[in-house]
Each structure stands twice: as structure tokens, then as C-alpha cells.
Ligand binder design. Structure first.
Ligand code: CA
Length: 232
């Protein structure tokens, strides 16, 4: 274990995945602490105060969801869920329980490292709102203080709903935002049956902001879960 670098708590019962994560994360300069059960995770988190938790949803003694829920009762530490492909419902439930993001197994090292960096960066920024006043990725720039959106230096006019939707994604840039979260924040209704609102407005936003709306570069779809604004 190296002595500097953010401390990550890896909660995973499968030894090969745990070994892979350990080797990968240490090579990226992180310190790694491991738990193989939910109970162990709930014991280690308060005693070691990790900077981020990587949480498998399928644990032998309790649901990963339960672990996320119980950690959220006392801590705002970023929680990144490790989930199997096709388990969209579980991912959404974990995000609703306070998880910050997810990575789908099998994942690549680059993707995992990028998600961890985004979550750590976001956690470090909390409480410093002024640092977030201007967001930019590629040719897209969103000036939150002046309510000004440009693509390639050209001003883009957005409707109030489009702007709200975009700024909600900007505040979570790089991380997934669920349909439910967007509905609650933009429309004030968390009703899942109204996800078509999100789809309709997302299409409009893409038409205004993306060079090729059919193959978006910024406003990415997370199938069955929500959307993610690219941040690098
Ligand atoms: Ca498992």
C-alpha cells in the first residue's frame, strides 16, 4: 500500500475481481482497502474514512443497496457502484439510495479510473460553488453565472426548461443523472411514467448543442438509467 493518494474502499466478494481492482487501482496511485462483505464494509468505512467507496451490489450477507443506504445516513463519501450488465433497475435503485455513479462489469481500466476521478473531483468541489461558474467540454461552454451557453463561440438560445435540464447535467458533469432525478429537479415531479418529457427535451437540447444529434458527443444516454454529460 502506498502512503499517499486517495484511499479507496473496495467492497467486492469475488476474489478475482477484487485482485484485479487492487492491482489496477494501486497502479493508478490510489491506496486500497478491501471488504468482502457488507458488514465488513460498514465496519471499515467509519474507522478508515475512505475518500471513495467502490461497491459491488451482489454481496453474500446483504444487498449492496443496503450498504449504500446505511453509509449515506452519516457520510457524503462518493459511492461508485459495480454492477452487472443488464441490471438497470438495480443501478437506478442504488443511485436513488445515494450512490453517485456506477460502472458496468466487465469494465475497462480507463473507464473505471475516469469515473473515480470525476467522483473525487466533484466531492472536492462541494462547498466551493464559485469554482463551477463556467463549465466547458469540447466546443460547448456553459456560463452558469451569466446564464450564457455557447457552442464554438456562437451563442445558443435555450428555453427555460432546456436550460434547467442542461444546468442539472452540468452540476453533475461526468456522472450519471437518473430520469427520476431530472424529472424532480427540472419539472418538480419524480414520477417515472413522465420520462418522455426528459426524452423530448433532451432531443431538443441535442439538436441545439450537438454537431451530430444522432451521435451525441456531450449529452450521452445511459440506457435504462438516465443521461450523462461528458466532461472530458
Ligand atoms: Ca458479487
Amino acid at each position: 500500500m502506498s502512503t499517499s493518494g486517495p484511499l479507496l474502499l473496495v467492497v467486492e466478494d469475488e476474489a478475482p475481481i477484487r485482485r484485479f481492482l487492487h492491482a489496477t487501482l494501486v497502479a493508478q496511485g490510489f491506496r486500497v482497502l478491501e471488504a468482502t462483505t457488507g458488514e465488513e464494509a460498514l465496519h471499515l468505512a467509519p474507522s478508515h474514512l475512505p475518500d471513495l467507496i467502490l461497491l459491488d451490489l451482489g454481496l453474500p450477507d446483504m444487498e449492496g443497496l443496503e450498504v449504500a443506504r446505511r453509509i449515506r445516513e452519516w457520510s457524503a463519501v462518493p459511492i461508485l457502484v459495480l454492477s452487472a450488465r443488464g441490471m438497470e433497475r438495480d443501478k437506478v435503485a442504488a443511485l436513488d439510495q445515494g450512490a453517485d455513479d456506477y460502472v458496468t462489469k466487465p469494465f475497462g481500466v480507463k473507464e473505471l479510473a475516469a469515473r473515480i476521478r470525476v467522483a473525487l473531483r466533484h466531492a472536492a468541489r462541494v462547498g466551493q460553488p464559485s469554482a463551477d461558474a463556467v463549465f466547458s467540454v469540447g466546443t460547448l461552454m456553459v456560463d452558469l453565472a451569466r446564464r450564457h451557453v455557447t457552442v464554438d463561440g456562437r451563442e445558443v438560445h435555450l428555453s427555460p426548461i432546456e436550460y434547467k435540464l442542461l444546468t442539472c447535467l452540468v452540476r453533475h458533469a461526468g456522472r450519471v443523472v437518473t430520469h427520476r432525478h431530472l424529472l424532480a429537479e427540472v419539472w418538480g415531479t419524480p414520477q417515472a411514467e413522465q420520462t418522455h418529457y426528459v426524452r423530448i427535451y433532451m432531443r431538443q437540447l441535442r439538436n441545439k448543442l450537438e454537431e451530430n444529434p444522432a451521435r451525441p458527443r456531450y449529452l450521452l444516454t445511459e440506457t435504462g438509467v438516465g443521461y450523462r454529460l461528458a466532461d472530458e
